[in-house]
Structure formats: structure tokens, C-alpha cells
Ligand binder design. Structure first.
Ligand SMILES: Cc1cn([C@H]2C[C@H](O)[C@@H](COP(=O)(O)OP(=O)(O)O[C@H]3O[C@@H](C)[C@H](O)[C@@H](O)[C@H]3O)O2)c(=O)[nH]c1=O
Length: 382
């Protein structure tokens, strides 16, 4: 099979919640297109969520071209399909049900397209055993394969754009660039010497308690919160509507509400801060590529299944940093504990966490980047 394969690819994305689903699919789409020259069609059912992370999106368009990628609103375009409509590779994200007519058309293609189910990221051991497994269609002559991102070389690895680490290194080596970036959000020269924290979490995080500890602490903290995040707790602290631009200082804590920004700017925010609180999946991975200390607020699942996933990650990542394990479990409601004891312990470990973040990055780089790994896998199936 020539290296030209694949030339065309479709991604089906259903926005279940928030921004991670479209955030990951958009990242995938951009990378397939810009780094591998593949013609990509992204099917997505929620253009409003998409627009929040990518302002160029037209929320009314059934079909639009964004940077060379065809974006189709779904199910607007869910009509009849013929084999000619089917690309070389079809990716369904997190097990979405792609249109039945589309699957029928896939089954009529000769050769069949490569069909992948892109799964969620987890550090649990079973992932290695399930990565790349086939699943036969019960009725049609079609096989779908499971593709898992992951933290080892027996998984698909992590999403990482070409040149990302170098770009980040340049930015982090340039204090003026970081100051100019944070200056856009009102962070002045003096605040650049405080502990700069970005905060992205789900509404149930114990944010108010953490604000109180920071406020009463002896270290100056500047906390940057994208608009809409921890809305109630931020409103209570600021004493006003938590719209972008709102800010307040109480004790050692300065809280600034910043705009929800395009995906590429969000990376810079993570690179410029000393400590990042992230959530879900995509911001969690971006925090790892920021090579700075971070705290993860995991997406909650029924019966606390997410605690298993959280512990699996901490076991791999938080090696020799017990304070991070303790704080993370408390932050995710997996144990009791007082913030006024947990935070100082964590803060004392920030230098260790920085070293660990670097070490982890080296480890993750050795697994290659997910998109290249996925394309090698796709080629191996032809
Ligand atoms: C704060 C911020 C985030 N973002 C982007 C970064 C990410 O691409 C996206 C956020 O996605 P996440 O970090 O994954 O968190 P999330 O909570 O938004 O998304 C998801 O979590 C998944 C685990 C679930 O499966 C999803 O259903 C979804 O809930 O938003 C911006 O572009 N600008 C911003 O200002």
C-alpha cells in the first residue's frame, strides 16, 4: 500500500457534554489535515460548543470550510449515502452511532474503509489489552477496530502536534512573551511574581475552600478563571457578576475572570502559569504537554467509576509526590481532608512536581504522537 494512503478521512463527533468531545475531534481533524495532507470531513452535532473553542465556526452553516477542513452539521446532512461518499478512514468518536445509511454505503465499498472507534483516555491496565482489537459487524462484512489513546507504547499514545514542545519551550524561555500574554488578562508586572494558577474544573470542585486557603496564605496567588468556570464560587469571591474582566483581591489571592479563549491560546495560558487545574480529557493532556505542575479534575461517572481511573493515573504519574495524590483525591471527592493542610503540602512539592512533569514528558514523547500512531495502524490494516 502506498504511503499516500489514506487520502480521505471522516470523523463523527457527538457532543455529549462541554467542550472535550469537539475539542479532541477538532485537534484530530486539524492534525490529519495540516501534518498529513489528508482531506478531512468533521461531522459534529453541536456547532455552538465548537464555536466556543474555535471562534471562526459559523453556528448556522450546514457545511463550512474551516482552514481546509469540511465541517458538516449533523444530522442536517444525514441523507442517503453512496460508496462514493465514503472516505478511506471513518472514525467514530467515543462510540457514537454513525448514520445507518452511511454504514450500508461503507459495506458496499471495495476495498472497505478502515473503521475505527476512538476511545477515551485512561491509565488503567486493561487499555493495553483492548487497544487495536477488532469487532465484526453482526450483519455486514465490515470490521471496526478500537483505538485507545494512552500512556504506554502498547496504546495509541497522546495527541501532540508537530513542533508543539519546541514552540512551548520558546514561549517559556521568553518572560516578555509570557508577561505580554498574561497582560492581556490584566496581570500586571507585580502579579507576574505571584504564583500564577489557571483554574478549569467542574462545578462540584471544592473551589471555595481553596480560595479561602489561598486568601489566608502567605504566598501571593493570581488565579485566572475562564468565564463560566466555577461560576458561583467566583461570583461569591468577587462579589459581582463573574464576567470576563471582573477581578478582585482579598488577602493574598487575586482572582481574575478571563475570556473563554480559542484552543491555541488556552495552550499558552497553561504554558504561562505555574500551576494548572485542568479537567476532563483534552485540557488534562494539554497540561501534561505544558510540563508544569497540574491538578486533574476528572469527569464524574456513575458509581464513582472515575475514582478508579483517577487512581490509575496517579499511580503512574504522581511517583514520589504523595502530596499530589492526597490533594487530587480530596479535589475529586475520593477522600476527606482539610484544604488548609493539603494545600501547603502540595505547594511545598511544586519544585518536585516540575521535575516530575519534565520526566513524564520525556516518557510520553517516547510513545510517539497519536495521529502518526493511528495512521501507522490504519496502514497496517490495508
Ligand atoms: C478553558 C478553555 C478550554 N478550552 C478547550 C480545551 C479543550 O479542548 C476543551 C475542554 O475539554 P476537556 O478538557 O476535555 O473538558 P470538558 O469537561 O470541557 O470536556 C469533556 O470531558 C470529557 C472527558 C467528556 O467525555 C466530555 O463529554 C466533555 O465533558 O476546551 C479552550 O479552548 N479554551 C478555554 O478557555
Amino acid at each position: 500500500m502506498s504511503l499516500e494512503f489514506p487520502r480521505t478521512l471522516a470523523i463523527f463527533c457527538k457532543v455529549v457534554d462541554n467542550y472535550g468531545d469537539i475539542g479532541i475531534c477538532w485537534r484530530l481533524a486539524r492534525q490529519f489535515h495540516s501534518e498529513h495532507g489528508i482531506a478531512v470531513t468533521l461531522w459534529v452535532d453541536d456547532l455552538a460548543s465548537f464555536r466556543r473553542i474555535w471562534p471562526a465556526v459559523d453556528t448556522q452553516a450546514a457545511l463550512q470550510d474551516i482552514g481546509g477542513i469540511a465541517v458538516r452539521h449533523w444530522p442536517d446532512n444525514e441523507g442517503a449515502f453512496a460508496p462514493a461518499d465514503i472516505p478511506d478512514v471513518v472514525i467514530e468518536f467515543f462510540g457514537v452511532d454513525i448514520p445507518p445509511g452511511y454504514i450500508e454505503a461503507m459495506a458496499q465499498c471495495e476495498p472497505r474503509p478502515v473503521w475505527l472507534n476512538y476511545e477515551g483516555l485512561s491509565a488503567e491496565e486493561w487499555v493495553e489489552g483492548c487497544h487495536s482489537l477488532p469487532s465484526m459487524h453482526p450483519r455486514l462484512k465490515l470490521t471496526k477496530h478500537f483505538f485507545f489513546p494512552g500512556f504506554t507504547d502498547k496504546t495509541g499514545g497522546l495527541l501532540r502536534e508537530r513542533g508543539l514542545v519546541e514552540e512551548r519551550e520558546r514561549f517559556q524561555a521568553d518572560p516578555a512573551a509570557m508577561a505580554a500574554f498574561l497582560g492581556r488578562f490584566g496581570v500586571g508586572a507585580e502579579e507576574m511574581h505571584s504564583l500564577k494558577v489557571s483554574l478549569f474544573c467542574y462545578p462540584h470542585a471544592p473551589v471555595a475552600e481553596l480560595f479561602q486557603v489561598w486568601q489566608q496564605g502567605s504566598t501571593k496567588v493570581t488565579c485566572l478563571v475562564p468565564e463560566g468556570v466555577a461560576r458561583e464560587q467566583v461570583r461569591a469571591f468577587i462579589g459581582a457578576e463573574p464576567n470576563a474582566g471582573a477581578a478582585a483581591t482579598q488577602g493574598a489571592l487575586t482572582l481574575r475572570v478571563i475570556p473563554f479563549m480559542p484552543q491555541t491560546d488556552y495552550d499558552r495560558l497553561l504554558w504561562a502559569c505555574d500551576f494548572n487545574v485542568v479537567r476532563g480529557e483534552d485540557s488534562w493532556v494539554r497540561a501534561q504537554w505544558a510540563a508544569r505542575p497540574f491538578l486533574w479534575h476528572i469527569y464524574p461517572q456513575d458509581e464513582n467509576l472515575h475514582h478508579v481511573k483517577l487512581r490509575a493515573f496517579l499511580q503512574k504519574y504522581a511517583v514520589n509526590v504523595q502530596a499530589l495524590v492526597d490533594f487530587s483525591l480530596r479535589w475529586n471527592d475520593a477522600r476527606e481532608g482539610h484544604m488548609d493542610a493539603l494545600w501547603p503540602s502540595l505547594q511545598a512539592e511544586l519544585p518536585t512536581m516540575t521535575r516530575r512533569a519534565r520526566e513524564w514528558e520525556t516518557q510520553m514523547l517516547a510513545n510517539g504522537d497519536l495521529v502518526s500512531n493511528l495512521l501507522s495502524f490504519v496502514r497496517s490494516l490495508r
